[in-house]
Design a protein. Structure first.
Length: 356
């Protein structure tokens, strides 16, 4: 069993960390050595990765970035320069605004127009209510911070079509697009065809170490490469990151449907028990939220005590709720999550109040 130490505490099992290999640098290095050959050149893994992702997404070109934050800022800058517009629109809880210190504005002088209610998916009517010329609209699939929900594919296509007709670009924040595909009766290429540009993450579900790939038409990707260099992302020694991502595409991508089925089984057990409940009731992807009848601080303290006593990390952090007596946490099922049976997850959740 791989054990990772965090602040002097040993994490033996984790429902929140769905990246198994990252727990053990030795195991990851061993697998990497088996994956490469004496003939592998430093530029090969990056080139192969870009070609493979472009093929999976059905796009003419793709470009490696050391982070998704950089990839999305670069492509939004390109769309802004091309359209002569400085605003982009997205869900109020878009990762670009909530988790990235508004880098789009600090570095690129872009501004953000939130669309719709912060706790619901936005629709075409909300987009039409944005009375400002936009450079791009960002669609996050799935919408992580409201439970990993997905818009219906027909709705998504109609919204993207309207965006293009308005002169803006339709961009997909596909940090979890590998997982989102399980919620549609469509291939990755069919989903990506809805958008002008698509970003995908190389860790999370793929269990890479870090990195991202941006895909789109050759001209846009070429312009994005200029901004990648300006932002310090044109690293020449990216081959380990790319090689590990290729391992994830081989090992994890074919298992996304399995992860989703397990997530649905866990959610069903939680909802049947009644102590907590999930959003959505039936997860559309391997990602969902669990809502607890506890304050955020109590839940965080209980989870910390659980970790110290058993070595089990149930979640990274509890999320606040307008009702201070309630909170929620995120579950993203991957290889690590498969180690937990639905019954065990229910018992761990029910046991939180006793660990405060």
């Amino acid at each position: 069993m791989a054990i990772v130490s965090l602040g002097g505490m040993d994490i033996r099992r984790s429902l929140s960390q769905h990246s198994g290999p990252r727990k053990s640098p030795y195991e990851l290095t061993r697998r990497l050595a088996e994956y490469l050959t004496p003939e592998t050149r430093p530029e090969d893994p990056v080139r192969v990765l870009e070609q493979r992702v472009a093929g999976l997404l059905g796009k003419p070109a793709a470009l490696f970035f050391p982070s998704g934050t950089m990839a999305q800022q670069a492509v939004l800058r390109v769309h802004a320069e091309r359209t002569g517009r400085r605003a982009f629109a997205a869900h109020p809880q878009t990762h670009l605004h909530v988790w990235e210190n508004q880098g789009y504005n600090a570095l690129h002088d872009l501004w953000f127009h939130p669309v719709g209610d912060r706790n619901e998916l936005f629709g075409l009517d909300e987009l039409k209510a944005v009375h400002e010329p936009l450079a791009a609209v960002v669609f996050e699939l799935p919408q992580r911070d409201i439970g990993g929900v997905l818009p219906a594919f027909a709705d998504l296509a109609a919204q993207a079509q309207w965006v293009r007709a308005s002169g803006a670009a339709a961009h997909c924040d596909g940090a979890r697009l590998w997982e989102a595909q399980t919620g549609y009766d469509a291939t990755l290429a069919e989903i990506a065809a809805v958008f002008d540009t698509v970003y995908v993450s190389l860790y999370k579900g793929l269990e890479g170490v870090r990195g991202a790939v941006l895909a789109g038409d050759a001209e846009t990707i070429g312009q994005a490469s200029v901004w990648r260099r300006r932002m310090g992302g044109a690293i020449v020694d990216a081959w380990p990151l790319a090689a590990i991502a290729l391992m994830g595409l081989d090992a994890n991508l074919p298992r996304m449907a399995e992860f989703k089925r397990h997530a649905q089984a866990v959610a069903e057990a939680i909802n049947a028990d009644g102590f907590a409940h999930t959003t959505p009731d039936v997860p559309a992807t391997p990602l969902f939220h669990v809502h607890l009848p506890m304050s955020r601080h109590d839940a965080q303290r209980a989870a910390q005590n659980l970790l110290e006593e058993t070595g089990i990390r149930l979640f990274l952090h509890a999320r606040s709720n307008p009702d201070p007596r309630r909170c929620s946490f995120e579950v993203s099922v991957g290889i690590s999550g498969l180690e937990f049976t639905p019954h065990e997850v229910v018992e761990l959740i029910k046991g939180l109040p006793s660990r405060m």
